[in-house]
Design a protein around this ligand. Structure first.
Ligand code: URA
Length: 232
């Protein structure tokens, strides 16, 4: 059971103050009856606003094709973010919708967003070794010697205490490669390649775990069932 005004505020409908006005205005029903007390404890599944059941009551999981130029931070000082691509009501939710890991501003591709903090922790924990596939173009020719080096689990990055976990590198063209990582350190792909003299020019993530971006256009998202990453 949840307090009615708080429920509407947490789902991003309006502020708690406005919820009181909505309720006084007869816009909210509980089990088919017009609500008259904003502090009532209600079963959320029985609440309707303007005749509609509550939006995404159980939570949200989204796959977004992040375009370059947007950040994954909620801090507006860092510039325009991926959250600006979501419906305004979703941006007001509490718990807030957040990315599962991050992609840099200059990286495009698959990013998952959710309001389920347990999922964020589980899928970003290095312990779970979720494979992520990146396609990179670089500024100088790639040496085949990078393949065993990245696979060895011995590559040390500057200012890190542990070597990178084994990563699979496929060389696709003289200056193009696909890299599969099971961890998510800060700027990891760029730093791994830069450590071997290859500056990343473009970077795109095509896959996260078993999920592929497919033909989802840049800037678009689609909802996934919350059970997509059910515990096995
Ligand atoms: N590695 C990077 O360098 N950048 C990303 O956005 C993701 C992985």
């Amino acid at each position: 059971m949840r307090r009615l005004d708080q429920l509407l505020a947490n789902l991003g409908y309006c502020s708690r103050r406005d919820a009181r006005a909505w309720i006084a205005g007869g816009r909210v029903t509980v089990a088919g009856v017009v609500a008259d007390y904003f502090g009532e404890k209600v079963d959320p599944a029985t609440v309707q606003v303007d005749g509609e059941p509550l939006d995404r009551l159980e939570g949200l999981l989204l796959m977004l094709h992040k375009p370059t130029g947007l950040v994954c931070s909620h801090d507006s000082r860092e510039g325009p973010s991926v959250y600006g691509l979501l419906p305004p009501r979703w941006r007001q939710r509490n718990p807030q919708i957040t990315s599962i890991g991050r992609l840099d501003k200059d990286t495009s591709g698959l990013i998952l967003l959710t309001d389920q903090s347990e999922l964020v922790h589980r899928l970003t924990s290095p312990k779970h070794k979720v494979p992520k596939i990146y396609r990179a173009t670089v500024s100088s020719d790639l040496s085949p010697a990078l393949i065993p080096l990245f696979a060895s689990g011995t590559l040390m990055l500057k200012d890190e205490k542990e070597p990178c976990a084994p990563a699979e590198l496929k060389i696709i063209g003289p200056r193009e490669a696909e890299l599969t990582l099971t961890e998510g350190r800060y700027h990891q792909v760029r730093r791994m390649l830069a450590s071997q003299g290859c500056e990343v020019v473009t970077l795109h993530r095509s896959r996260f775990g078993h999920l592929e971006l497919g033909d989802l256009p840049a800037g678009q998202w689609r909802e996934l069932p919350l059970e997509e990453f059910a515990r096995t």
